[in-house]
Design a protein around this ligand. Sequence first.
Ligand code: ADP
Ligand code: ASP
Ligand code: MG
Length: 409
Amino acid sequence: MPNLNIMVQKYGGTSVATPERIKAVAARIKSYVMKGFSVVVVVSAMGKTTDELIALASKITATPSSREMDMLLSTGEQVSISLLAMALHEIGIDAISYTGSQIRVLTDGNFTRAKIESISTERISRSLKENKAVIVAGFQGIDTEENITTLGRGGSDTSAVALAAVLGTRDCEIYTDVGGVYTADPRIVAQPSKLKEISYDEMLELARLGAAVLHSRSVEFAKKHNIRLHVRSSFNSEEGSIVMPKEEMMEKYVISGVTAKRDEAKITIRDIPDRPGIAARVFGLMGENRIYVNMIVQSTGKDNKASISFTVLKSDLDKAMRLCDSLKQELGATGFDSKQNIAIVSAVGVGMLSSYGVAGKIFQVLSEQNINIEMISTSEIGISCVIDDIYAELAVKVIHKIFIEPEQA
Ligand code: ADP
Ligand code: ASP
Ligand code: MG
């Protein structure tokens, strides 16, 4: 049975950006404590702190060691947890803050994008028993050598859901600067609809495809442990969006969200022999070097030659290009090139499973805007197109307009 007495909450950077915001968060936590909940709170670094720390490192070196980067980035969350604990003390609530290492958030050793492997509940449970609100630094852990690791940008969501999983809670509240999960990023589309409910699979697809509102690993954990995520605003008390199993949803749309991912680059390897083993060699090498490959498209030309295009994170582009260079002779490729200014624009919805013509309609609206589609990939519940980055927002708007706005009327 899930533990209904413990409430796990996570507050993002904007929610704790200033002393006033930290006090407001403390007041909200107090209201849960007064209702009798044992509260465990995960916090992000204040405002744009993580960006500022990255910028600071870039003033020292263009190639920082990833271990030292994690050492640096983890400091942001240490500031916010201690201030939040102090704000709670000020309003008469007993609270204690912990870093990731203090509660043994064990991760793999993959700096800057580590994965959580286990969390000890011992210290948290002890503090809860002493009637303390527990404040935990998001986004950070330690590897088996006790090096500090971080979970990738936006990783505090994952810290919170992983804690909810080990504490056995049914719900996890994710407080952010928007009212919930919308049909598109409210910064791009003027009036998107708030989704009262969204399935784990749709949310996972949206998060992987660029919807920053939730870190994709957090949705994986939530699905695996059957935790309901309540994404809501820390600026008001309105209900937000519940991420839940699809079987329990009341409403289903053909397309529940449109999103753009702008942190990837495209690599094309041209004129390689069209024979077995080539793709295995290219992507085997990328995998061995821990390069995350997203979309892959192969096209065959004449004379048994093929071209392969694929996308990698921009931050991995140089490394991926060096690996391609090392394969050039072996594969007999005539060349390879990369393009940085791309965007992957996607539409996601469980209703696609039972609808016709969705892809055709998307390609049509993009062509009406003269937007060239460079790559296409589909899944059961999503369609993604690689386009030039300058059209990213326009593409999101026109796809949203054709599929979602008629349903809003
Ligand atoms: P936090 O610091 O609270 O973790 P983030 O900036 O990581 O906040 O995530 C919230 C942001 O996600 C919103 O401000 C919004 O611009 C963006 N976003 C992107 N896609 C969506 C979407 N479909 N629904 C809601 N917000 C979205
Ligand atoms: N502070 C980290 C970031 O900005 C983690 C988070 O906010 O979730 O990415
Ligand atoms: Mg976030």
